[in-house]
Design a binder for this molecule. Structure first.
Ligand code: FE2
Length: 465
């Protein structure tokens, strides 16, 4: 074979040079066109549920050192499947495994009648790699590996993702894979909401694509999502009775801790992961469903009882909106003062489809640091105020974040879709309120702004569809 290939190479190179040199090559460049929201053409069934478990995802238990939740999907006829778990071993014979029962919730979507199953695994040992699998209809999933959280002092790497939302299979996939390349040691992933767009008639395809984009991360780490406004749908739209209702997928897709705020029980929760208390708020419920005060009071209690050194709040809608003409007043009024008073370290947010970072109300204090980021294809434009109040900012950039916590030091890095460093800083200090901020500018790429006058559809208020 090598003898046949070698003499051909120069000719191929010559052909390449000729193509580059002639105008004919330029004509081969395919023009960018508006891309549909999913890769599933109309009339094609891509994500039908079956007897094989799919959409398998691990989520944190309140005490992530002792357990985790698992959700998976099958066709509706699969009844009471179990989860099997054992301490992972090097032999395929991993010994006696424990069976955990599941509870089920049905879902009828455009892809057919499905059933989602939740198993809550408890009584585990900290910092232990477990092998587990879930049952379908006469079938099993592959064995998955998930490590429980270690003791509070152990170093932790976690990932933070802004909105994935649109074109998830097409354009979020690459960002999530790049994140895994940069942080193969991550144990926890935080998603700041708007995981999908909730498209008319293809909601389930969007969720199928979200799982394709997340890939092996769904079980290699535990995943903590915040709900975005797109996880809600409008009921009685354009009538006086119009209201937001939580979409059907949320409670089915994630087996989350049931410890949330009054009135937002299904969509707010907290958990402890290896020295960090993570509090997940429902910004949509706070803004549109009257739970801002209740969530603020719950946040205050949850942070007051935090025995750990670090705290992170995850909420979809930003306290300080980097997008023009957006103002989340009720969050500012009720939630922001708690974040400030309790000196939460990081407030991780999404919603505005740009990047921006700023400190809190008191410029002398290092915490909280307020972040807004975006994974997905939809890109908005920065407002004028954000350009003054936030640094750095970015438009027209897909991003992921890696956060490393080791003892008294938290290191934050925001990286672009190609892995280039965009923003970095360190927080140092033993206690909340005593942190010092160190900017890390070395290795950062230049600030990015939108260079397009309008999107392909002609929208001048956005940078990309
Ligand atoms: Fe949003």
């Amino acid at each position: 074979m090598p003898h046949a290939v070698r003499p051909r190479l120069p000719r191929l190179l010559l052909l390449g040079v000729c193509l580059l040199a002639t105008p004919a090559f330029a004509e081969r460049v395919v023009e960018t066109t508006v891309e549909p929201n999913t890769l599933v053409p109309a009339g094609v069934m891509r994500y039908a549920p079956s007897v094989f478990p799919d959409r398998v995802i691990a989520t944190p238990a309140e005490d992530a050192a002792r357990g985790f939740g698992v959700s998976w999907r099958t066709v509706a006829s699969v009844d009471a499947p179990v989860l099997e778990i054992v301490v992972a071993g090097d032999s395929p014979d991993m010994g006696e495994r424990r069976r955990v029962a599941s509870t089920a919730i049905a879902l009828d979507g455009e892809n057919g009648a499905a059933r989602f199953h939740h198993a809550r695994v408890d009584g585990l040992e900290p910092d232990t790699l477990y092998a587990w699998r879930v049952q379908g209809g006469g079938t099993w999933s592959p064995w998955m590996h998930t490590r429980t959280a270690a003791a509070a002092a152990a170093p932790l790497t976690l990932l933070y993702f802004g909105d994935t939302q649109n074109k998830n299979a097409s354009l979020s996939t690459r960002v999530l894979r790049e994140a895994q390349r940069h942080a193969p040691d991550a144990k926890l992933a935080l998603f700041a909401g708007d995981l999908v767009s909730g498209g008319e008639g293809e909601d389930d395809n969007e969720w199928g694509e979200w799982f394709d984009a997340v890939g092996p991360l769904a079980t290699m780490v535990v995943n903590a999502p915040a709900p975005g406004n797109h996880e809600y749908r409008e009921e009685f739209e354009d009538t006086p009775q119009e209201r937001r209702v939580l979409g059907d997928h949320w409670t089915r897709t994630f087996a989350l801790p049931a410890n949330g705020a009054d009135g937002a029980e299904a969509t707010s929760y907290w958990f402890d992961y290896q020295g960090v208390r993570v509090v997940v708020l429902d910004g949509t419920s706070a803004l549109d469903l009257g739970t801002a005060e209740a969530q603020a009071a719950w946040l205050d209690r949850t942070l007051a009882s935090n025995p750990h050194r670090w705290s992170i709040a995850l909420v979809h809608q930003p306290m300080y909106s980097p997008r023009q003409d957006r103002e989340n007043r009720l969050l500012r009024e009720h939630v922001l003062p708690v974040l400030e008073r309790r000196r939460v370290d990081l407030v991780l947010q999404g919603h505005d489809h740009v990047y921006g970072r700023r400190g809190g109300e008191d410029a002398r204090r290092a915490t909280p640091q307020y972040l807004v980021s975006v994974v997905g294809a939809k890109q908005y434009r920065l407002g004028e105020r954000a350009r003054q109040d936030m640094d750095p900012t970015a438009e027209d950039t897909q991003l992921f974040q890696v956060i490393r916590i080791d003892g008294d030091t938290l290191r934050y890095e925001s990286r672009t879709a190609t892995g280039r460093l965009y923003d970095a800083f360190e927080l140092r200090g033993a206690r909340p309120g005593q942190r010092r901020l160190r900017e890390i500018t070395e290795g950062r790429i230049a600030p990015r702004d939108c260079t397009r006058a309008a999107t392909l559809k002609g929208r001048a208020d956005r940078c990309w569809e």
